[in-house]
Design a protein around this ligand. Structure first.
Ligand code: SF4
Ligand code: SF4
Length: 293
């Protein structure tokens, strides 16, 4: 909202929860290190991190990746989990291994389809069929045959519910993303989305408790006794790609002194990128700027 009104977005409120000693509700400057946020919640040692929700969030498991990651103006939730948690292990599985498992293990139970919100809405989205067709993907040299086998992937919203309900621990969501990539790049065509679906008969749902259980998050669920905190940073690393379209262009140079809230990059469309702390720019590139207080 602030960004729409061209008010500088220099801070984020975010939650830190999961395998932490002290769940936190934190006010943090944009560009602060995620590692500092999780340390503030009492995380010591080799934990993994989901930035965002457990089904769609970005998984960071290597310590170097966690150290390098920073708060952006879209960061909302940090879920700390042990390295051997099933959600982390699934995300770490290399694509070719995930593909082999999809081709050989899927038992066509259709649970992924029954729970898929896009299928329920009446759209042509049957993840079980995509999983089945993966077995013959290499034989589909004809564009039309490929489109018929995998075209439904265009209706996927990547909510991840299919991954959560699959009894075999497979990743239909990831396979949809793979097929969508195949439709876009290799085959050079894209199907239009189905915009006026007719909802299918109402089917039984999955309540939050069962979903938490399926995701292996029961022990971290329920109401949290959040502690409110504020994190300050002596140095911030502010990325220039924080909006949907393209990175903002730098307006400053190394050595420039900036005030908190001063615009340091612009893309001509949105509010631009602002300094989240006052200080000196010590590094600037097409990707972002480092400011030292
Ligand atoms: S839920 Fe899993 S095993 Fe069942 S059809 Fe879907 S991908 Fe296959
Ligand atoms: S990720 Fe896609 S296929 Fe899976 S449940 Fe969500 S909409 Fe359906």
């Amino acid at each position: 909202m602030n960004a729409l009104e061209e008010t500088p977005v220099t801070e984020r409120y975010l939650t830190v929860l999961g395998a932490v000693q002290k769940p936190l509700f934190l006010k943090v400057p944009v560009g602060a290190r995620l590692s500092a946020c999780i340390k503030a919640a009492g995380v010591i040692g080799d934990a993994a991190l989901i930035v965002g929700g457990p089904m769609r969030g970005r998984v960071l498991s290597a310590q170097s990746a966690i150290e390098a990651a920073v708060v952006t103006r879209r960061t909302e939730t940090l879920i700390v989990l042990p390295q051997n948690h099933p959600l982390i292990e699934k995300a770490r599985l290399p694509m070719d291994a995930a593909m082999k498992r999809a081709r050989s293990v899927c038992e066509q139970c259709r649970l992924c389809t029954e729970f898929c919100p896009r299928y329920r809405l009446g759209q042509n989205m049957r993840p079980n069929l995509i999983m089945r067709n993966l077995r013959r993907e290499k034989e589909l040299s004809e564009t039309e045959a490929y489109r018929e086998a995998f075209g439904d992937a265009v209706n996927c919203c990547f909510c991840g519910l299919c991954d959560a309900v699959c009894p075999m621990g497979l990743q239909p969501r990831r396979m949809n993303a793979y097929c969508l990539g195949g439709l876009k790049k290799n085959r050079g065509f894209m199907l239009p989305r189905q915009m006026q679906p007719v909802p299918r008969e109402k089917l039984g749902g999955l309540d939050t408790k069962r979903l938490e259980n399926r995701l292996g998050l029961s022990e971290y669920g329920g109401f949290h006794d959040f502690t409110y905190g504020e994190l300050t940073a002596a140095e911030v690393s502010i990325p220039f790609l924080q909006q949907a379209h393209r990175p903002a262009q730098p307006l400053k140079h190394v050595g420039d002194v900036v005030e908190k809230g001063e615009r340091i990059a612009t893309d001509g469309f949105c509010a631009g990128i602002h300094a989240s702390i006052g200080g000196t720019i010590t590094k600037i590139s097409a990707n972002g700027a480092v400011i030292k207080a």
